[in-house]
Design a binder for this molecule. Structure first.
Ligand code: SF4
Length: 259
């Protein structure tokens, strides 16, 4: 088998506090455990060891729902990763995917878990967003109210993490290069460390609602030499199939889910 660079683990119950019309996690929720804190310890340890041996040094915690709603599971998995240190297995980069909703609405949650996860080795929080405007995030996430993004970013930074904004390109909210550029400037002003932008994907993992090709091309050119921004296109998605693996909760280890 060829070398891989990163491993993603699905964790938690699959519950989500958003109702995105495009959610690709929905069909996978039937495999998620019913209770927060339930994890397949033996399978996760075996996968971590094998993938580390194949070259993986970056680890992501993801979910078919929202991982911050399963904080016990996240904590348990981070402890499992840490338990491998005496074997020389250390993932220097551990990322947590989130929609940011719980971080933005519960200071208690942040106090209780973010600092704990920092001590357990989590390094970066990836916040998936559709815009910097909370009204637009509220609309696409299908919720009552999305918190101001600067509150979410500052809570994450205060806990000592790097923040990457995963900006989803959807022509219904970001249709032009000018809008894209304005959003990048705002994210950087807020203190976001990195930005990764890619197109919205449908339930079958195909790009959908793409901004016009000319606008996408200008966006791509604009960020080409910006070390803070990654602009991921279809070709990068396909390339990732060769270097990233994801462990789903039915036990499948697959290269078809590109976190
Ligand atoms: S936030 Fe993610 S998991 Fe939750 S509904 Fe939206 S796409 Fe699905």
């Amino acid at each position: 088998m060829h070398e891989i660079t990163s491993l993603s683990l699905f964790v938690g119950t699959g519950t989500c506090n958003a109702k995105c019309a495009h959610c690709a996690g929905l069909p996978l929720r039937k495999f998620a455990p019913k209770k927060d804190g339930e994890v397949n310890e033996a399978l996760i340890l075996e996968t971590l060891r094998n993938c580390y041996g194949m070259g993986a040094r970056s680890l992501s915690l993801s979910s078919s729902g929202e991982p911050t709603l399963s904080p016990r599971s996240v904590t348990r998995v981070l402890k499992l990763v840490r338990s491998l240190k005496p074997e020389g297995i250390v993932f220097p980069k551990i990322n947590l995917y989130t929609n940011g909703i719980r971080i933005g609405t519960s200071a208690d949650f942040c106090r209780r878990y973010l600092r704990l996860w920092k001590t357990l080795g989590l390094t970066t929080i990836y916040v998936t967003i559709h815009h910097v405007d909370e009204k637009l995030n509220t609309r696409v996430f299908g919720i009552r109210k999305y918190a101001p993004l600067n509150v979410i970013v500052s809570r994450i930074k205060r806990a000592g993490f790097s923040v990457r904004a995963n900006l989803i390109l959807n022509k219904e909210v970001i249709g032009t290069f000018n809008e894209f550029r304005r959003i990048l400037d705002r994210l950087k002003d807020m203190g976001v460390d990195f930005i990764a932008a890619w197109s919205l994907r449908d339930k079958n993992d195909n790009p959908t609602k793409l901004p016009p090709a000319k606008e996408l091309s200008t966006m791509r050119q604009w960020v080409k030499y910006d070390p803070q921004v990654r602009f991921l296109e279809e070709i990068d998605h396909v390339k990732a199939y060769n270097s990233k693996l994801t462990l789903f909760q039915d036990g499948t280890l697959s290269n078809t889910w590109c976190n």
